[in-house]
Design a protein around this ligand. Structure first.
Ligand code: MV4
Length: 480
């Protein structure tokens, strides 16, 4: 493999380019007109403009991307996350054109892209699943019977849904029919597939996911868990590894289950198996993400592995260079996603120019970043600027470094979620590790940040006053 094309932008394009260059592989970047001065364009050996700002006129143009790859004699395409990364047709088209898709085969993407197909695939592997049905429900009588067997509250989910889209909690039988009809019509218009199913609603779960790697020689390993419970409206905010709640036994049970999920779809490459963990630490398989995830760096920091390098080696047909027994967890890593969003104004995207943009640095700090001072934030894409990742020997150390790194990260020109991140990591429930997926909803209000800002301004004013008074004293000395 001599040359790869990165079909993505922002921090993840930079992340992939960096490892490719480390491995002596040449790179091709693609970019839209609004991204022409982005770091990923400058860093790549070659760069091709593929269209205008909107994703469907640029980063989603699969056929055009494949055409460019062929023209430039590219050996493989890395899709990153988002965009075309979980598009089974794209993966298939890439391979049909004699180019390696750095990811699983299109069939695995297809299976895991449908929650019902995923349940079907893992059926014979004894993976714990939330009580519920494993087939699409259309008949309301049947739905009522099932719901009463499971017991309310229940959750209606869309088979094609993701990120919480098309989910509905139903508290009592009276609401079932109307909620089911709504869920079906929502799923039909959002995904073109109205299949919905029913599960018992797990009220206060934690969201734990397991990183897996599978090579083309039948070897599958897991790289432990990531704790992803701190999220806001299905958007993850803070992730960490390891999770404070897992025991070594539970960790290895979940790891084994994740490996079986990978086996069930003949998985290839890096993937993530998502689980819910209930109050009694029972875990249930939710879904599998068939891509490199945003939060992969925390896994890299605690295992010492380069996941992109391993993805590339697997795509080349190499055997995994490590076995399960070679892996262990060392230290603790925390990731904060830094978005150009205003936490004091309902997290609305805050567009504008990065007038000042200074990254924090130092021991235990890693910033996976896609922007530079002076750049505009395009309105067309996810407004994530970077990921601030810290590492320590202990969770406490990683948290202390995170606190300092947030303070040292200077962004002017746009509002960001840095103050929100600071709120999260300083919260008692987060520090104690007693949180669940309702953390943000339960504890966060915009007023907290306003008052933190006011307090900090007050302290700054007091320090300034004190200093002024001190200066006055010294100034008076010569006149005495
Ligand atoms: C659930 C659940 C409770 N019970 N399933 C949300 C997105 C999708 N991946 C699955 N999700 C959930 N499924 C049952 N049976 C609660 C959630 C859920 C959630 C899951 C992970 C992280 C954050 C979440 C926030 C709200 C709901």
């Amino acid at each position: 493999m001599k040359k790869i094309l990165i079909a993505n932008r922002g921090e993840i394009a930079v992340r992939i380019l960096t490892t490719a260059h480390k491995m002596g592989i040449k790179t091709v970047a693609i970019y839209s007109t609004v991204d022409r001065s982005s770091p990923h364009v400058k860093l790549a050996n070659e760069a091709v403009c593929i269209g205008e700002g909107p994703s469907n006129e640029s980063y989603l143009l699969g056929s055009k991307i494949i055409k460019i790859a062929k023209q430039l004699h590219v050996d493989a395409i890395h899709p990153g996350y988002g965009f075309l990364s979980e598009n089974a047709d794209f993966a298939e088209e890439v391979e049909k054109n004699g180019i390696i898709f750095i990811g699983p085969k299109s069939n695995a993407i297809k299976i895991m892209g449908s929650k019902l197909a995923a349940k079907e695939a893992v059926k014979m592997y004894n993976i714990p699943m939330v009580p519920g049905v494993d087939e699409a429900i259309t008949d309301i009588k049947k739905a009522k019977k099932i719901a009463s067997e499971i017991g309310f509250p229940i959750l209606i989910k869309a088979s094609a849904g993701g990120g919480g889209k098309g989910m509905r909690i139903v508290e009592k039988e009276d609401d079932l029919e109307s909620q089911m009809n709504r869920a079906i019509s929502e799923a039909t218009s959002a995904f073109g597939d109205g299949s919905v199913f029913i599960e018992k609603y797990v009220a206060s779960p934690r969201h734990i996911e397991i990183q897996v790697l599978a090579d083309s020689h039948g070897n599958i390993i897991h790289l432990f868990e990531r704790e992803c419970s701190i999220q806001r409206r299905h958007q993850k905010v803070v992730e960490e590894a390891p999770s404070v709640i897992l025991t070594p036994e539970l960790r290895s049970e979940m790891g084994e289950a994740a490996i079986k999920v990978a086996k069930s779809c003949e998985y290839l490459g890096a993937g993530t198996v998502e689980f819910l963990l209930d109050e009694n630490n029972n875990f249930y398989f939710l879904e599998m993400n068939t891509r490199l995830q945003v939060e992969h760096p925390v896994t890299e920091l605690i295992t010492g592995m380069d996941l992109v390098e391993l993805q590339i080696k697997i795509a080349k047909g190499e055997k995994l260079p490590i076995q399960q027994k070679d892996l262990s967890i060392k230290g603790h890593a925390i990731e904060l996603r830094v978005y150009a969003e205003d936490p004091q104004n309902d997290f609305l995207p805050s567009v504008g120019t990065l007038e000042t943009y200074i990254l924090p640095k130092g021991k235990g700090i890693r910033v996976d970043n896609g922007f530079e001072e002076g750049m505009d934030i395009p309105i067309y894409y996810d407004p994530m600027l970077s990921k601030l990742i810290t590492y320590g020997e202990t969770r406490e150390e990683a948290l202390l470094i995170m606190q300092k790194a947030i303070n040292d990260y200077i962004i002017k020109g746009v509002q960001t979620t840095l103050p929100f991140g600071k709120f999260v990591i300083q919260h008692d429930s987060f520090k104690e590790g007693t949180f669940d997926t309702h953390f943000v909803k339960n504890y966060y209000t915009a007023a907290i940040i306003t008052s933190t800002n006011e307090n900090e301004a007050k302290i700054a004013a007091l320090i300034a006053l004190k200093q002024y008074q001190e200066d006055q004293k010294t100034l008076r000395i010569p006149t005495l």
